[in-house]
Design a binder for this molecule. Structure first.
Ligand code: PEP
Ligand code: MN
Length: 366
């Protein structure tokens, strides 16, 4: 697939900002005027103003957006501030309504990307237009589903397509509202180098206190831009109050992003890096060797279990082992998330290996 850029190629980071939801005309306009004000005073330039009109809410009863009533407000933002505007579309009807009001860019939300029927309906409604569209990752970490949604739009003839990484739903403890699983965004960058990739730090974090560090992380990972929810009075927001920030805080956060170089020619730097990399390579080799050794023991247990007809999964043993590893990992400064994922992968591989033994695919003592 080939893509055309939506944004100015010479300006990074691309900035998409605005409230989670359009609540009132005054709230929308005051946010937009504030954001535009930075540029007028020689400060940061917002590339696209966001505001949700139709809000996909997890539970019924929450604020579900003002609907078409908000579209004239977005048109006023354009007329008054010159900012380009974007909103979320989830159906063909949304597309038609937005086209009537001159919405500049559409975005497809995470809950829509998961549903190929909905994405196809949007693609069909957009076919023949040259409107740019930005595709959020699906709520679940399914790379193919994300690419599949982009493909549907591409097949409809659209070329000005970009992607938004907004993290993935999770169950259980996490410091994030939606865990980033950065590797998936990195994979997308590598597979489609000309696809602009924006990081929606607001929906990844779900809270204000870790927004800045997450923005820096996205910047360091070479994302093309950031999407940030900005509200004149964040605590009073009708949706996603805990993650929104004021325009002033937004400008301050963007102003403090540290630009890092991709590399350095300094010979000392090269030597130090080389030295560390060599040590890392040796450790990686040892790690693989240790894991292979561990799996050999797991297979031995498989034969013993098979002999006595004992079930593969032993929950008590697994709980105790995982707990002991977590305590050790904490002492070694490893995050809870990492160690959980690591243990899960090890456990799954062990189960697969024993399963093969129980089903006689492996001959004894390979
Ligand atoms: C949003 O951007 O307000 C939104 C609903 O996002 P997501 O689709 O990522 O949940
Ligand atoms: Mn939101």
């Amino acid at each position: 697939m080939n893509f055309k850029p939506i944004f100015n190629k010479n300006k990074r980071p691309i900035l998409i900002a605005g409230p989670c939801s359009a609540e009132t005309e005054e709230q929308v306009l005051s946010t937009a005027r504030n954001l535009r004000g930075f540029q007028d005073r020689g400060g940061l330039q917002v590339d696209l103003f966001r505001a949700g009109i139709w809000k996909p809410r997890t539970r019924p009863g929450a604020f579900e957006g003002v609907g078409v009533a908000g579209l004239p407000w977005l048109r006023r933002v354009k007329e008054e501030t010159g900012l380009k505007v974007t909103t979320e579309v989830a159906t063909g009807q949304h597309v038609y309504e937005c086209l009537k009001y001159g919405v500049d860019v559409f975005w497809i939300g995470a809950r829509t990307t998961v549903n190929p029927f909905s994405v196809q309906e949007i693609a069909d409604a957009m076919a023949g237009t040259d409107i740019p569209v930005i595709v959020k990752n699906p709520v679940n970490p399914d790379y193919k589903l994300w690419v599949g949604a982009i493909e549907r739009l591409h097949k409809a003839g659209l070329r000005r397509i970009a992607a938004i990484h907004r993290g993935f739903s999770t169950y259980g403890d996490s410091k994030y509202r939606n865990v980033p699983r950065w590797q998936m965004a990195i994979d997308l960058m590598q597979e489609f180098p000309d696809l602009e990739l924006i990081c929606d730090i607001s929906h990844i974090c779900g809270r204000r206190d870790i927004l800045a560090e997450t923005a820096q992380k996205a910047y360091d990972l070479n994302f093309d831009g950031l999407m940030v929810e900005v509200h004149p009075e964040p605590d009073k927001a009708w949706s996603d109050a805990s993650q929104q920030i004021t325009p002033a805080r937004f400008a301050e956060m963007i102003g403090s992003l540290v630009q890092r170089h991709t590399t350095s020619d300094d010979p000392d730097f090269q030597e130090q890096i080389e030295n560390f990399r060599q040590q890392i390579d040796e450790l990686d080799e040892e790690l693989i060797h240790l894991i292979a050794q561990r799996m050999r023991l797991v297979r031995e247990i498989g034969y013993v279990k098979k002999d006595k007809n004992v079930a593969i999964f032993q929950p008590e043993r697994w709980r105790a082992l995982a707990e002991a590893c977590r305590i050790r990992a904490e002492k070694g400064d490893l995050s809870h998330e990492f160690i959980s994922m690591f243990l899960e992968a090890i456990h799954q591989e062990g189960i697969n290996q024993q399963d093969r033994i129980m089903n006689d695919v492996l001959s004894p003592h390979v």
